[in-house]
Design a binder for this molecule. Structure first.
Ligand code: ADP
Ligand code: MG
Length: 270
């Protein structure tokens, strides 16, 4: 179980005498095997909070605990899929993916690790020998995803992992991710800017306020899994939660968004 206990995170500013409050007194717990998705405006501290769970950033106040022990550094029990794909430019796709097993200490370079299934899973078959510079942004993100999946940590921390992935691939990958989560029972925290993705993947959806990030809303997703096996978007529970989230995130704004307003009505047998 992950406990985020009254966590505030400030960054010092080099050009000003004050600091910037990125996360403001956030408390929440994530149960073993739970999938929590996080939505919130850009700059509200989502990445900062995820990095605190990863052990890469230290809270200014409060603490994050894993099974009761304070998190103060990264560990093999947690893997991060970064918003910006942290790939080594001098390594090929395969070599970048294999990094995760090398970091775990099992399978030094050269040891046979079967990378084919995971590379296939993220749709990079045929690109095993390509270098990061030869890949699109979305493909680079999928290398990062393959790496995290191969590392097989208890906890997956995903920071807009599909941000640069095209819509169709994104749909397929979301379904694959749900399948993996069901199969492995991993604990997941998944940041996204897509309301649909947040509902389709999450057991709970957490909405953050604009900076400094605070928890503004928590919604339970009651849709049965696997959600890819039926048209979850047509369910009344889905439509209701989507409307709620949409109002929270974009309802007050007067402008366009990549999330169209809910237009469908509940018609699946109610
Ligand atoms: P989000 O992921 O929700 O877009 P971030 O956690 O990346 O937000 O950033 C939250 C706030 O903290 C932003 O105002 C950002 O400018 C600031 N910030 C993030 N990282 C740093 C840093 N390393 N140093 C100073 N300020 C930072
Ligand atoms: Mg971010």
């Amino acid at each position: 179980m992950i406990e985020i206990d009254h966590v505030s995170i400030e960054y010092p500013l080099s050009h000003a005498p004050f600091s910037i409050l990125a996360v403001d007194d956030v408390s929440m717990s994530v149960r073993e095997g739970e999938v929590v998705t996080i939505l919130g405006p850009s700059g509200c501290g989502k990445t900062t909070l995820l990095n605190a769970i990863a052990g890469l950033v230290h809270p200014t106040a409060g603490e994050v605990r894993l099974d009761g022990a304070r998190i103060d550094r990264p560990g093999p029990d947690r893997a991060v899929v970064f918003q910006q794909h942290a790939l080594l430019p001098w390594r090929t796709v395969s070599e970048n993916v294999r990094l995760s097993v090398e970091m775990k200490g099992s399978g030094r370079a050269g040891t046979a690790v079967d990378l084919a299934p995971v590379i296939d899973l993220v749709g990079l078959k045929g690109f095993e020998s390509a270098y990061p510079r030869e890949l699109s942004g979305g493909m680079q993100q999928r290398v990062g995803l393959a790496r995290a999946i191969l590392a097989d940590p208890r906890i997956l921390l995903m920071d807009e992992p599909f941000g640069a992935v095209d819509a169709l691939t994104r749909e397929v990958m979301r379904q694959e991710i749900e399948r993996i989560l069901i199969d492995t029972g991993k604990t997941v925290i998944f940041i996204t800017h897509s309301i649909d993705e947040a509902i389709l993947l999450g057991d709970r959806v957490v909405v953050f306020s604009p900076r400094p990030g605070r928890i503004e809303f928590v919604g339970q997703v009651e849709l049965p899994r696997p959600r890819y096996s039926y048209d979850a978007r047509a369910r009344p529970e889905y439509i209701e939660l989507r409307e709620q989230l949409w109002q929270l995130l974009v309802g007050g704004l007067d402008g366009s968004t990549d999330e169209p307003a809910p237009g469908r009505s509940a018609n699946d047998g109610t």
